[in-house]
Design a protein around this ligand. Structure first.
Ligand code: NAD
Length: 319
């Protein structure tokens, strides 16, 4: 069986092995594939993997040997799953692989907003401490989290994992979810309506998926309902936030700090309004990317193809 990986670089920049897939067939891995080369590179392969490279109905039509599309990610919106189904092509995704990594990262962003560790370290290395009149100094207000309220929008796997770490820091948790599971409530962790959460949380962390109902959930109106000086964390999807509204709120000080790992268009555009905002941290969509979590993704990707070959496909998203 011929197997093609269209955009393997972000999953495996060289620190993992493709051996698992090599054992299943004749493997060709491309770091990246431009739009005009997708069908040509799939060619007569039976199995193709993609992370973010689109596989359209037209491409599926041009590749009649194709039987299996593996997604090297959870989200599979880059694939025309209906066209795949009509052509008898199985599409399998990786439902979960990075829960702990993303939860840890969300809290890392929060801790950076509270302490500005990177900036303080840079100042020391640049000589500011050496030449300082006092034995210590800080560039921003430093924030203790114990006793404050951590608001989670989207109390699923990652939201719950993030909340657990916030609780370990002494925070109270308020969760908003479209499908609350009351069994998850404890003395320190309660469900709330979205408005209650917006009004009471000192920190708001976004963990709901991007749906039409959640797009722009953080906007001028919802920000107006928040506490003055609130902090916002987004490790979910960029379009959950109306970026120009967050920019305004950061500049006015209504939001005292924001940290995002995802933005509306990725890679980030030069004119993204968040780029010049005060008290803003932006990282390039890396919450998922510790080696441990990418290894898990690789293992499940291999397992998905094995199951397909054995006639019992798993994690199928286009049944
Ligand atoms: P999950 O499905 O376990 O949890 C999502 C939760 O959101 C569910 O409890 C669901 O009921 C809730 N929800 C759905 N619609 C809602 C709405 N309208 N309002 C409020 N809550 C709603 O998913 P997960 O594994 O926790 O992942 C959460 C998100 O994290 C993913 O959708 C993805 O966008 C993002 N993610 C980001 C990275 C990264 O590298 N930054 C990596 C993995 C996942």
């Amino acid at each position: 069986m011929k197997i093609v990986v269209l955009d393997g670089y972000t999953e495996n920049p060289g620190d993992l092995s493709w051996e698992g897939l090599e054992r299943l067939g004749e493997l060709t891995v491309y770091d990246r594939t431009p739009a005009d080369k997708i069908a040509e590179r799939i060619g007569d392969a039976e199995a193709v993997y993609t992370n973010k490279t689109p596989i359209s109905a037209q491409t599926i039509g041009q590749c009649p040997n194709l039987k299996f599309i593996g997604v090297l990610a959870t989200g599979y919106n880059v694939i025309d799953t209906a066209a795949a189904k009509a052509a008898g092509v199985i599409v399998s995704n990786i439902p979960t692989y990075g829960t702990d990594a993303v939860a840890q990262y969300a809290i890392a962003l929060l801790l950076e907003l509270c302490h500005h560790i990177g900036e303080h370290s840079d100042c020391v290395k640049a000589g500011e401490w050496t030449h300082n009149a006092d034995w210590c100094f800080w560039k921003h207000p430093l924030v203790e989290l114990a006793g404050k309220t951590f608001g989670v929008i989207g109390f699923g796997r990652i939201g719950q994992g993030t909340a657990k770490i916030a609780e370990a820091l002494g925070m109270k948790v308020l969760a908003y979810d479209e499908y609350p599971n009351k069994a998850l409530e404890t003395d320190n962790c309660k469900y709330a309506s979205l408005d209650q959460l917006l009004a009471q949380a000192d920190v708001i962390s976004l963990h709901c998926p991007l749906f039409p109902s959640t797009e722009g959930i953080i906007n001028r109106d919802s920000i107006a309902k928040m506490k003055d000086g609130v902090k916002i964390i987004n490790t979910s999807r960029g379009p959950l936030i109306v970026e120009k509204d967050l920019r305004e709120a950061l500049d006015s000080g209504k939001v005292s700090g924001a940290a995002v790992d995802v933005v509306s268009t990725e890679p980030i555009r030069e004119d993204n309004p968040l780029l010049g905002a005060k008290n803003m941290i932006i990282t390039p969509h890396i919450a998922w990317a510790p080696r441990e979590s990418r290894q898990r993704l690789m293992d499940i990707a291999v397992d998905n193809l094995k199951h397909f070959v054995d006639g019992a496909p798993q994690n199928v998203v286009n049944k």
